[in-house]
Design a protein. Structure first.
Length: 237
């Protein structure tokens, strides 16, 4: 499904409109909460490319916190291969150049370990994918861009409400101990998290049409495909 990307600040406006919240001190925390929610939802449909410098100290370097996917790493302008993977051809702008004597490994706790002890800033670069953001000039806060999907917006509303209750904010109609998804934002988040994940990943009309054409093509040319696969006497055009 292809969605228009919208400012996640809309979630705040929706919360104020639906629940008559009389407290605004939580707003600066919302972008981080939405980042956390998107990570838990695992629906990164609006990732953009970025390059971030890193510094190695005692063979270790932290992976950029904004990285949702690590595409590749370069050291002194040359791709740094990873030793614990079968695929050594990371998709970076480094082409096929790579070190034979330097490499890195993932530690599993947000760091990499390199074969060199240290390096200065600018010598090691992370090629990452991160969430797209937009600067709100009034608040001077960067808000993530999110898919314009109502199920996702509803899920994020419940997630923010859950975090507000966890931080001690009081809502007369909500409680984290209630055994009801309509009055317990934690339960509502679990429900809408599943709904949003399915909704955002659902294929659209164009994708369905493409799949239909592919199926018809394969069925109408099945013997042709079989000849290519088993006899290797023809090529697929």
């Amino acid at each position: 499904m292809i969605y228009t990307q919208i400012n996640s600040k809309l979630v705040i406006a929706s919360l104020f409109d639906r629940f008559n919240i009389d407290y605004s001190g939580f707003i600066p925390r919302v972008p981080n909460w939405i980042h956390a929610a998107i990570r838990e939802l695992d629906i990164y449909v609006s990732l953009i490319d970025d390059i971030v410098d890193g510094t190695v100290v005692d063979y270790k370097c932290a992976i950029p916190s904004e990285a949702k996917a690590l595409v590749g790493i370069s050291y002194l302008g040359v791709r740094l291969p990873r030793t614990d993977t079968l695929n050594m051809k990371d998709s970076t702008t480094m082409d096929e150049l790579s070190y034979d004597y330097h490499s890195y490994e993932l530690t599993g706790d947000g760091y990499i370990v390199t074969t060199f002890e240290e390096c200065e800033e600018g010598e090691l670069r992370f090629y990452i994918k991160k969430l797209a953001t937009v600067l709100d000039s009034n608040l001077n806060i960067y808000f993530p861009l999110i898919p314009d999907n109502q199920d996702l917006i509803t899920a994020l509303e419940w997630y923010v409400l859950k975090r507000l209750l966890e931080r001690g904010h009081k809502f007369e109609q909500f409680s984290l101990t209630a055994n009801n998804e309509f009055t317990n934002p934690a339960l509502a988040w679990e429900k809408w998290k599943r709904i949003a994940r399915i909704s955002v990943s659902r294929i659209d009309a164009d994708e369905r049409e493409q799949l239909s054409r592919m199926k018809c093509t394969l069925l109408s040319n099945y013997s042709y495909y079989s000849d290519v696969r088993f006899n290797n006497t023809k090529t697929i055009e």
